[in-house]
Design a protein around this ligand. Sequence first.
Ligand code: 13P
Length: 250
Amino acid sequence: MTNNYMYFIANWKMHGNIADINKTSSVTKLSRLKKFKKHKIIYCPPYTLLKNFYNKVKNSNLSIGAQNCHSNSDYGAFTGSVNAKLIKSTGAKYIILGHSENRNNGETDLTINKKIKAALKENLKIIFCVGEQLSEKRKNNTHKVLKKQLTLGLKNIKKFNNIIIAYEPVWSIGTGVLPKNLELSKNVNSIKKILTKSKKSKNIKILYGGSVNPKNAKELSKIKEISGFLIGGSSLNSKKFIDIIKKSTN
Ligand code: 13P
């Protein structure tokens, strides 16, 4: 990694309870060590744990993020939904948007664009997920897919200092199958080019997500275009999460 700091973002998806928050103390401790202080370690638990998790880590170097939000920026009659304002009120600073598991549930680029705008309004930092399906990769359509997701998702957005991109090839999520380093750097460079061409940003940070674990973290961290990881399954276990952090920062 060429960057002086890296992101390690735990996406807990639909997992976790209060007892699990208490099991993350070793990560809090690690984040306070001089060697790891400069890195950004972020937990994104389900909505139900945001406030408790925030209270647990507020005096540490860890941050909290949500995994989604409603596209409406104001309060309103949206039963079962949570918007960026409500998320902000828990102490969370980050938010994952555009995750493929939500795209697969019908979330469109247009909705994602609205959600990004609503979250930016609340000064939340966005982790914007993009990535191709296996069928799209097989048809050599990866670049086209990334271009569409980035262009529509970031439409009419001018400020990029609160946006990070997470490149998550859908076929790699939860499967244990990873892109080869060369393919990964090619796709990350594609993202950079798309953003530079559309005058979005040259310096935007790009993370990788998809089956990151303690065994592959070291190898993945050699890819200089990547500024960190969005981690699902392995982030549920503090020992594994710490191993990933240590191996990628050595
Ligand atoms: P896994 O690390 O479980 O493959 O999940 C990746 C992911 O979807 C993170 O957002």
